[in-house]
Design a protein around this ligand. Structure first.
Ligand code: IMP
Ligand code: MG
Length: 178
């Protein structure tokens, strides 16, 4: 599997430093008010499990799975809810946890849906962002790292459902997907 990786861009140590920083930002912002961490399946799972173990305010977790409608090049921004969260977020503090914000379409739709459910506070925490690819001005309240416009895998991120288990973030060799 390592043979498919062209270059490691974030190693395990660097990733742990990023997660430490994000957790302390969240800990100081929320003080003692309860947080619901809402992970978007499946990419956020590895990041979220590391993140929540560094949170020292009361929290709960939930998950949601969404998929984009239509072809990848269409920026219609529609998403389909494949699995909804199970909790009622009315009046609650919610932090949506995502692996990567690319075009921003998925998150834009998800945040809009969630805003309609009247949480007390709705924030976004993303491990990665590819700012060059953004087509809308979504606010990432807690951002791990900005990366260039390259296809990355590992630490939860996949190509064709593979590589999520790699403990680091790497750029996939182009011959793997061509
Ligand atoms: P967006 O709606 O264009 O922002 O798409 C975000 C989703 O695309 C993420 O949740 C990932 O599942 C996927 N994605 C975008 N870039 C990458 C990448 O470099 N590697 C793996 N998945 C990616
Ligand atoms: Mg994803």
């Amino acid at each position: 599997m390592m043979d498919d990786i062209e270059k490691i861009i974030l190693d395990e140590n660097k990733i742990q430093l990023i997660v430490d920083r994000l957790a302390s930002e969240i800990n100081s912002d929320f003080d003692s008010s309860e947080i619901i961490f809402l992970g978007l399946l499946k990419g956020s799972v590895v990041f979220m499990s590391d993140l929540i173990r560094r949170i020292n305010v009361p929290c709960k977790i939930d998950f949601m799975a969404v998929s984009s409608y239509g072809s990848g090049t269409v920026s219609s921004g529609n998403v389909k809810i494949l699995k909804d969260m199970s909790m009622d977020i009315t009046g609650k503090n919610v932090i949506v946890v995502e692996d990567i914000v690319d075009s921003g379409n998925t998150l834009c739709c998800v945040m809009e849906i969630l805003r309609g459910r009247n949480p007390a506070c709705l924030k976004l925490c993303s491990f990665l962002s590819k700012p060059e690819r953004r087509v809308n001005n979504i606010t990432i309240d807690y951002l791990g790292e900005e990366i260039p416009n390259e296809f990355v895998v590992g630490y939860g991120l996949d190509y064709d459902e593979k590589y999520r288990n790699l403990p680091y973030l790497g750029i996939l060799k182009p011959e793997v997907y061509s």
